[in-house]
Design a protein around this ligand. Sequence first.
Ligand code: AMP
Length: 195
Amino acid sequence: MIVIFLGPPGAGKGTQAEYIARRRGIPQLSTGDMLRAAVKAQSPLGIQAEAIMKAGQLVPDELVVGLIESRLTEPACAPGFLLDGFPRTLPQAEMLDALLPRHGRRLAAVLELQVDESALLARLDRRVADAVAAGLPVRPDDNPETFRHRLSVYRDQTTPLIPYYAARGVLHAIDGMQAVAEVSAQIDRVLDSLS
Ligand code: AMP
């Protein structure tokens, strides 16, 4: 089962993808995590991505599609995988559409986590406070100014994916304003109805 998580930054995509991945025994492929690992390792890709990410902008489409393609042939991805933070632009979605059949794979569902924008900044404050309290590093792009920019990038570049996937009959809206467990339960119901 191949599932895409769509939603603005701070909507809870990562949290929900992690839960569903554990429950269904399939990996979560987060392009944000892969890019952060590349930055940490200071690989050529990481060096290229670092400033772009810090500014809250998008890394070039070909680079992230390459990251996904290199992972989806891994044996762990054979039963399926969850895409968290990818695709983020129409060209990425189109490249994914071309890529999956080449590997004999098919997209099962796109889950759109819907949240009020006003709640997102409050969530960001909480995420930063939690990281500080746990003695964890705060993401360099988790500050109000960059976060607002990431939101506008989502609005401009990623929301066109909503009608794109709706037209393909794979889009499912999820009310992301509920408690975390409620959101998970709603996602489970959608995925159970597909299998
Ligand atoms: P995330 O952890 O998903 O919020 O991603 C953090 C940052 O990584 C984003 O603000 C982008 O700079 C970059 N990034 C992650 N996924 C993508 C993607 N699919 N396309 C382009 N840039 C991405």
